[in-house]
Design a protein around this ligand. Structure first.
Ligand code: UT7
Length: 333
């Protein structure tokens, strides 16, 4: 059995910056409410007429990650793509990446685990590398939320939170068992699927049915924010503890925690719970909002780019979101 480790990171966000004041011009909201409840100051939304999509942004982030990793399209053995906002109902974005990056006819899968998507994607890639089946795997998280949000006062509890963007990582085989990914931990609780959901169009409720019922807005995301928040703080903490215990490590061993950027208040709660300093937790939700499967790889990339992650650091990734799903990755950089 091998370990796997990240050898290249990249991210891409659209140029178009949307401020809280911009939102207050199209719905009943204000900068003070958004900042106080979420920490968000701006987010990126793909501009009208742009060619960016989840797959296109994912490919842009992937090119940067691959260049930094020193690998070419010929070196990648497999693609794992996490998104809840794919370009097509099917096929998934993974196969688009195979085409866009002119790769050989390698395998590609999509992961549908929303805010926990990147953690699930990393865990999936890790298993393939551990067994020796693949050596280099491209893992991408990307979201194009802005086209699917209810940008009226009716949808303000959700739409002010989400942003567009993509992040990517190249994982490779690591021979040293004390380095790279030490363990990953995945969970789900489907009884709360309806607490954060985009219900349609689905095969059960296809497009013509929606068109016949203009009142039906189940194609917009629905979130029971308070319920999700309460579960998030508990599950984030649990799954970080699970990762530490599995590796006989204490919370003092954490050098860098990258939480999924759901809400700054959630990150701050977790930071306090584990007694971590501001230097030990990376947040960028203030700039990008919640980019779901892209949030961890974007944050991880920025933490690495700014020198906040160094060789031998213990890095923990943790996420919680729709499903419910939650999970963690613990690695020795
Ligand atoms: O990433 C996946 C996982 N997602 C999360 O973890 C998100 C978890 N939940 C949250 O982050 C928070 O619940 C929210 C930020 C979504 C909402 O914050 P909250 O403190 O739970 O607010 P609330 O939903 O209880 O709403 C409080 C008030 C309501 O008005 P009333 O009923 O008290 O008069 C809302 O209508 O705030 C109102 N409100 C807004 N006001 C201004 C809701 N959205 C807005 C808005 N601007 N955008």
């Amino acid at each position: 059995m091998y370990n796997s480790k990240i050898i290249g990171l990249g991210h891409y966000v659209p140029d178009n910056v949307v401020t809280n004041d911009d939102l207050s011009k199209i719905m009943d909201t204000d900068d003070a409410w958004i900042q106080e409840r979420t920490g968000i100051k701006t987010r990126r939304w793909i501009a009208e007429g742009s060619e960016d999509t989840s797959a296109v942004m994912g490919a842009k982030a992937a090119r940067i990650a691959m260049e930094r990793a020193g690998v070419t399209n010929k070196d990648i053995d497999f693609i794992v793509f996490a998104t809840l906002s794919p370009d097509y109902y099917f096929p998934g974005c993974g196969v688009q990446i195979q085409e866009m990056l002119e790769m050989d006819t390698i395998g590609a899968i999509d992961i549908r685990n929303q805010c926990t998507g990147f953690v699930y994607a990393i865990s999936t890639a890790d298993q393939f590398i551990k067994t020796g089946m693949y050596k280099n795997i491209l893992v991408i998280g990307a979201e194009f939320h802005s086209n699917g949000l209810d940008k009226t006062t009716r949808g303000r509890g959700v739409s002010v939170i989400f942003g567009d963007g993509a992040g990517a990582a190249v994982l490779t085989r690591e021979e040293d068992p004390t380095k790279g990914i030490l363990s990953t931990h995945l969970h789900s609780e489907g009884k709360y699927a309806d607490k954060l959901i985009v219900e349609s169009p689905s095969i059960a409720k296809w497009v013509p049915e929606l068109m016949d019922n203009p009142e039906d807005i189940s194609y917009f995301p629905y979130m029971d924010g308070t319920f999700v928040f309460k579960n998030a703080v508990v599950r984030f903490s649990e799954v970080i503890i699970e990762a530490l215990e599995k590796n006989n490590l204490s919370k003092d061993a954490i050098d860098m925690l990258i939480p999924h950027q759901a809400n700054l208040r959630i990150s701050q709660f977790v930071q306090r719970k584990f007694g971590l300093s501001d230097d030990q937790v990376f947040n960028n939700i203030q700039k990008y909002g919640n980019t779901t499967a892209a949030s961890i790889p974007i944050a991880l990339t920025e933490a690495w780019e700014t020198g906040k992650i160094k060789d031998n650091d213990l890095v923990v990734l943790a996420a919680f979101g729709s499903g419910f799903t939650w999970g963690s990755v613990i690695m020795r950089w």
